[in-house]
Design a protein around this ligand. Structure first.
Ligand code: AHR
Length: 498
């Protein structure tokens, strides 16, 4: 039986905030060093930024870029990374047991994000530091001049302020692994006082409070409720983090990971609105899903920790086509909740659980996950339409009965283009798809791009970087107001109509 849904522009979810297609650059492994930044590389520009990588970042369509961590930020001194490079200190990075040279810092990051066509999302250290250091960074970065800190930035070569608008009030402070880990009460108070003071400098700063580092944390939901009770009027968003992997060969459950992501989002929305109701507030808190991806964390935990090496190879997962289909489904989950999820950051951007890989002195190449992200960022703009699927289901060990089709759709009202994003979760079977179009002007199929492979373990590698690339779907038609398509087993599909 086919999977079916009807699209009607009268039934929308919400407008897509472009920052839904954000990413994340952490001082971790080779994300910065020999990733985006490698002075002396043949493709490096005068600032040491790899232009081959910058080209791929632009092609990926990344918007907001979160920086400099992650766990790293909770022990970081931003001052170490500004001023003459030869004066910058080498430091222990406790989070990743590495040595941080500080050759790359705030100014280099702003240069990178500008050249990448993105917007900075700056994370503050609320682990080992507090209100004063956050204000100092804000003044250094954003105040035009005439004060000690802003003049220091000018002396460091940046006459114009960086204009950082979006700030994360710390990272994963609910996690016992976090340097400066806190209780919800402690963190909520610190986040509130930091936010209040930052708003004295810039009332319009956009601030993200830390939610839980995962919904399986024992403090999940209680943490959000306590933090929001203290910060509700002072922050704009609360963060969510989630990583998925296949467990014990249970591929059906892995392919249904977005079921968990969607219910995580809905639980956080409910918690935010509950606090809003208690406070009799009209304000709605946004969600910043500022770390999401497929990540084989169990493999990472089995590896020995590095011994204070510089830019070691860490978390360099190589993604299969199966991972890319799950990844696409996670993008669908984010789009389906575009009314509340305003910001999302794919963690991370280069080398570290990343869609872009590099070799020191060598080439840059695309992982399987590059393609769903680039397509979603390019075509998943405009307004998300409601998609209520009927059709075949199957049983999964982790999530019970799940639909075989996971889908969303966007309409770009300027061009009238409609894009359907669809994942077939069946490992064995082609899934017929029927989409009724009510009040949608589209009359023809512009294209049907498919990511699927007969070998579910197929990956791209340095030696064979184009082993997995999208291909064109066959037999996709649009007639009498109905779209018909056949979705290959375990596939990510992008169908565009105009
Ligand atoms: O993205 C890798 C790590 O995952 C981040 O540093 C941390 O915030 C999360 O636990």
């Amino acid at each position: 039986a086919p999977a079916r849904f009807t699209l009607d522009p009268a039934f929308g979810v919400g407008k897509v905030d472009p920052r839904l297609f954000g990413s994340f650059v952490e001082h971790l492994g080779r994300c910065v060093y020999t990733g985006i930044f490698e002075p002396g590389h043949p493709a490096a520009d005068e600032a040491g930024l790899r232009q081959d990588v910058l080209g791929l970042v632009r092609e990926l369509g990344v918007t907001a870029i979160r920086y400099p961590g992650g766990n790293f930020v909770s022990g970081y001194k931003w001052e170490d990374g500004v001023g003459p490079v030869e004066d910058r200190p080498r430091r222990l990075d406790l989070a990743w047991r590495s040595t941080e040279t500080n050759c790359f810092g705030l100014g280099e990051f702003i240069d990178f994000v500008t050249k990448a066509g993105g917007e900075p999302m700056m994370a503050l250290n609320l682990g080992t530091r507090g209100v004063a250091e956050a204000l100092e960074l804000q003044e250094y970065a954003n105040h035009p001049g005439g004060t000690a800190l802003s003049d220091r930035r000018v002396a460091h070569g940046a006459k114009d302020p960086y204009g950082i608008r979006l700030w994360c009030l710390g990272n994963e402070l609910d996690g016992p692994w976090q340097t400066g880990h806190k209780t919800a009460e402690e963190y909520g108070r610190l986040a509130a006082e930091t936010a209040r003071a930052m708003r004295q400098i810039e009332p319009g700063a956009e601030l993200v409070a830390c939610g839980s580092s995962g919904r399986s944390m024992p403090t999940f939901a209680e943490w959000e409720a306590t933090v929001l009770t203290q910060t509700y009027d002072l922050v704009d968003h609360i963060s969510l983090h989630a990583y998925y992997q296949e467990h014990d060969g249970d591929r059906d459950s892995f392919l249904a990971s977005a079921v968990d992501m969607e219910s995580f989002i809905e639980s956080v929305v409910a918690t935010c609105d509950h606090i809003g109701a208690r406070l009799r507030s009209k304000k709605r808190i946004g969600l910043s899903f500022d770390e999401w991806n497929v990540w084989y964390q169990t493999r990472h935990h089995e590896q020995p920790s590095p011994d204070w090496a510089e830019a070691p190879r860490l978390l360099e997962d190589n993604y299969t086509v199966t991972d890319a289909v799950v990844f696409g489904s996670l993008l669908i989950a984010l789009l389906r909740h575009a009314d509340r999820v305003r910001i999302a950051c794919l963690a991370q951007l280069v080398n570290v659980i990343a869609p872009i890989m590099t070799e020191p002195g060598g080439p840059a190449w695309k992982q399987t996950t590059f393609y769903p992200f680039a397509q979603a960022s390019r075509y998943g703009r405009g307004r998300v339409l409601q998609v209520n699927v009927t059709g075949p289901t199957h049983e999964t060990a982790r999530y019970g009965t799940v639909p075989l089709l996971h889908a969303t759709a966007t309409v770009d009202e300027e061009t009238g283009t409609v894009t359907v994003f669809a994942v077939n979760r069946s490992l064995e079977n082609t899934l017929p798809l029927e989409v009724g179009l009510r009040g949608v002007a589209a009359g023809r199929v512009l294209g049907h791009s498919v990511l699927a492979d007969a070998d579910p373990e197929a990956t791209n590698t340095l030696a064979d970087p184009e082993r997995v690339v999208p291909h064109e779907g066959k037999g996709t038609t649009l007639s009498d107001g109905t779209l018909h398509a056949m979705l290959e087993p375990m596939s990510w599909n992008v169908i565009r109509l105009a």
